[in-house]
Design a protein around this ligand. Structure first.
Ligand SMILES: C[S@@+](CC[C@H](N)C(=O)[O-])C[C@H]1O[C@@H](n2cnc3c(N)ncnc32)[C@H](O)[C@@H]1O
Length: 236
C-alpha cells in the first residue's frame, strides 16, 4: 500500500526501476497529441485533479453522457454489490455507482485526483495507494473496474503486476472490467503501449478468462481494428 510514491509533480505510481507512471509523465510534460489531447487542460490553472474534474463537468454541461462506465458496471452486478474503482481519479465512476446503491471503494495514487474525489463524496471509501500493491486493501469485490485508460497510463513494465493485483481483488465468479484506447486517437499517448492480446495474456496469467469484449461502454460490439475496447474478464 502506498502513499509516498510521489514521482513527478506529486503524481505517483512507480514501475520497475522506479519509473513513473505514464499518467505522471503526461502531466509533467503537458500531454501529447491526439483527439484526446489534454494540452489545453494542462495549461489551465489548478491542480491535475481540478483540471480533470473541470473537464468532465464541462462535458456533462455540454450534454455528454459521462456515466457510461458506471451504467455498464450496474448492468453487470446487482445493486448492493461491492465494486472497486481502480485508478478512480476524481471519483467520477465510483460516485455514480454509490448513488446507484453499490458499496464502492476507490483507489488512486495521485493525491490531487483523490483530493477532488474526497471532496465530492463521502459515500465511497477512498484509498491513496498504488494499484501494483493492494495487499492491505482487504476483501474481494464483485467487480473491479479500470475506466478512463488506467491500464495504458500505468508505469511501463508494471502492467502485468497491476493486472495480477486487481485479479486478486476479484471474488470467484466476479469480474474485471477495463476500458482503454488502442491507438493514439483514443489515448493521451503518441501510441498504444500494448494491444489486446497482451492484455488478455496478463489476465490469463492472473487467472481471469475473457467473457466479453465491447467497442464502447454503451455496449457496441467490438470488431478488429477498433480504436477502443472494453474488456470483461471473469474469475471462475
Ligand atoms: C485518466 S485518469 C482516469 C480516472 C478515472 N478512472 C476516470 O475514468 O475518470 C487515470 C488515473 O489512473 C491513475 N493511476 C495511474 N497509475 C496508477 C497506479 N499505479 N496506481 C493507482 N492509480 C494509478 C492516475 O493517478 C489517474 O487518476
Amino acid at each position: 500500500m502506498v502513499s509516498d510514491t510521489a514521482a513527478v509533480d506529486g503524481v505517483g505510481g512507480l514501475g520497475p526501476g522506479g519509473r513513473p507512471s505514464r499518467w505522471a509523465s503526461l502531466h509533467a510534460t503537458g500531454g501529447t497529441s491526439g483527439t484526446y489531447d489534454r494540452r489545453g487542460a494542462a495549461a489551465a490553472p489548478g491542480s491535475v485533479g481540478e483540471r480533470y474534474e473541470r473537464r468532465f463537468a464541462e462535458l456533462a454541461a455540454a450534454g455528454m453522457n459521462v456515466h457510461g462506465e458506471a451504467a455498464l458496471c450496474a448492468a453487470l452486478v446487482p445493486p448492493g454489490g461491492r465494486i472497486l474503482d481502480a485508478g478512480c481519479g476524481t471519483g467520477r465512476v465510483a460516485i455514480r455507482l454509490a448513488e446507484l446503491g453499490y458499496a464502492c471503494t476507490g483507489v488512486d495514487v495521485d493525491p490531487s485526483m483523490l483530493a477532488r474525489a474526497r471532496a465530492a463524496s463521502d459515500a465511497v471509501s477512498w484509498v491513496l495507494a498504488d494499484l501494483a500493491d493492494l495487499a492491505d486493501l482487504g476483501g474481494q469485490f464483485d467487480l473491479v473496474v479500470a475506466a478512463g485508460n488506467v491500464i495504458p497510463l500505468l508505469a511501463e513494465g508494471s502492467e502485468a503486476r497491476v493486472v495480477r493485483a486487481l485479479a486478486e481483488r476479484v471474488r470467484p465468479g466476479g469480474l474485471l472490467v477495463a476500458g482503454f484506447g488502442l491507438d493514439s486517437a483514443h489515448l493521451p499517448l503518441p501510441q498504444a503501449p500494448f494491444g489486446l492480446a497482451e492484455y488478455d495474456s496478463w489476465c490469463a496469467q492472473a487467472g481471469l478468462a475473457l467473457e466479453r469484449r465491447l467497442a464502447t461502454w454503451e455496449g457496441a460490439p467490438s470488431a478488429p481494428g477498433d480504436g477502443y475496447a472494453v474488456s470483461i474478464h471473469g474469475r471462475r
